[in-house]
Design a protein around this ligand. Structure first.
Ligand SMILES: [Zn+2]
Length: 197
């Protein structure tokens, strides 16, 4: 279900959180309000002061998303998702659309931590559980990747991340929400997307 943490004690890094500010563009008063009201950053002289190198509660960040979803809507959640790859830390080994979509799950775990340890360990190339996943299943013989997103982030935000990463290598690619499958928006555990190019 979107906005509901899988387990307590997970933190997300400040660079990733900053994507809300980036995704809302010039509406800095709005991003300032949504983040400060959940306890992320403090307002000083009408500016949100936050530490891009710091770590913040995932639960608080999801609360900010829930408020944005309720009060503004999917369009902004999509834009915030689109701004994730230019703010959060992503692996440098992406060379095509398949590796770019695959890298989302790695980056996702790299930018979350528990007990002070990132959920992706680059030395051993291993992922720790606790926040769900961004799937990447290339469809044989077709220019298509199926991505099952089972994570607590909103449907439209996930579509934004997939779109931004797909367009890095295939500017004309499209990301289609599979309406025949369950959706996080309806309280299900996942959404399914088809990345086409
Ligand atoms: Zn959905």
């Amino acid at each position: 279900m979107q906005f509901k943490i899988f387990e307590p004690g997970i933190e997300v890094n400040g660079q990733t959180v900053y994507s809300i500010i980036d995704g809302l563009g010039y509406f800095t008063n709005i991003s300032r309000r949504y983040l400060s009201q959940v306890g992320i950053g403090t307002v000083v002289d009408k500016k949100l002061v936050m530490d891009k190198d710091g770590w913040y509660s995932q639960e608080a960040w999801l609360n900010a998303f829930e408020n944005i979803a309720r009060q503004i809507g999917d369009r902004v959640l999509f834009n915030i998702g689109m701004s994730i790859p230019r703010n959060a830390e992503f692996p440098s080994w992406t060379t095509d659309i398949k590796s770019a979509i695959y890298a989302i799950d790695v980056a996702y775990h790299l930018n979350h931590r528990k007990n002070g340890e990132r959920l992706f360990d680059a030395r051993t190339n291993t992922i720790k559980e606790g926040i769900g996943h961004y799937g990447c299943e290339p469809v044989p013989g077709r220019n298509e990747i199926m991505s099952v997103c089972n994570n607590p982030y909103p449907c439209a935000f996930n579509r934004g991340i997939l779109t931004a990463m797909a367009r890095r290598f295939e500017p004309l690619s499209r990301v289609i929400h599979d309406d025949s499958k369950e959706c996080l928006k309806d309280g299900a555990d996942s959404c399914t997307f088809h990345v086409l190019w």
